[in-house]
Design a protein. Structure first.
Length: 225
């Protein structure tokens, strides 16, 4: 039955608002975790997908909705990057994909799918963030690192490297030494705790390549049986 003239179809408006709420809820957790794709990205992805599905539904052209998934793949790929041998951003890419799916479900008008997918996604990203934090605290690998370097810039570079690699550290000893040329060097010992995703050898190799660093040695504390 045709709608009376002058009556506004509230379904698209309600769908866009709901997709903004659910997409934003997912994005809030990613924003709190200081991820590159946060509140605005997830909200816009969800709303955009919902809008495209509404256009597809009203025009009868299903190709519009199908092509949305291709575009979301490019956005998700942009959130993934590599640091050494470790890939980062996979969870963010997956959450973007989930926000897109929620937006599409809202656009097509599947209430049970919307409720289940939205609640599951929000709970999952929060629960996994908490479990990752606990796992990281328990299973960080402990090691002792000794660095011989020359100059304050080298010390700053060492600390910046450890921080950028999410390595917790504490300087235990520091003293001055002289090499064969009579040049004054600094010997520093660190107690470090490495995430389970980073190899000690990788950190040592990167540290040894820093300007001003002369030698680096490390010993990992093996857990007792």
């Amino acid at each position: 039955m045709a709608k009376p003239q002058g009556v506004i179809d509230l379904h698209p408006i309600a769908s866009l608002i709901l997709s903004a709420i659910l997409g934003g809820a997912i994005g809030l957790q990613r924003q709190a975790a200081q991820k590159p794709a946060g509140f605005r990205t997830h909200l816009l992805v969800s709303v955009g997908c919902c809008a495209f599905v509404e256009i597809s539904r009203l025009s009868g052209d299903t190709r519009i909705a199908a092509n949305v998934l291709t575009g979301i793949g490019f956005i998700g790929a942009g959130a993934i990057f590599r640091a050494g041998v470790t890939a980062h951003g996979l969870t963010t890419a997956a959450s973007i994909w989930a926000a897109a799916a929620i937006g599409m479900a809202i656009g097509f008008g599947y209430p049970s799918s919307i409720t289940l997918a939205g609640a599951t996604t929000v709970i999952t990203v929060i629960a996994l963030a908490l479990s990752d934090s606990a796992f990281d605290r328990i299973f960080r690998r402990k090691a002792k690192v000794s660095v011989l370097y020359a100059g304050e810039p080298a010390a700053v570079a060492i600390v910046q490297l450890l921080s950028s690699r999410d390595v917790q550290y504490r300087a235990s000893d520091e003293y001055m030494v002289s090499n064969a040329d009579g040049r004054r060097l600094t010997q520093m010992h660190f107690q470090v705790a490495l995430p389970h995703t980073i190899a000690l050898s990788e950190v040592v190799r990167e540290m040894a390549a820093l300007p001003g660093v002369q030698t680096v040695s490390a010993n990992e504390h093996l857990p007792s049986n």
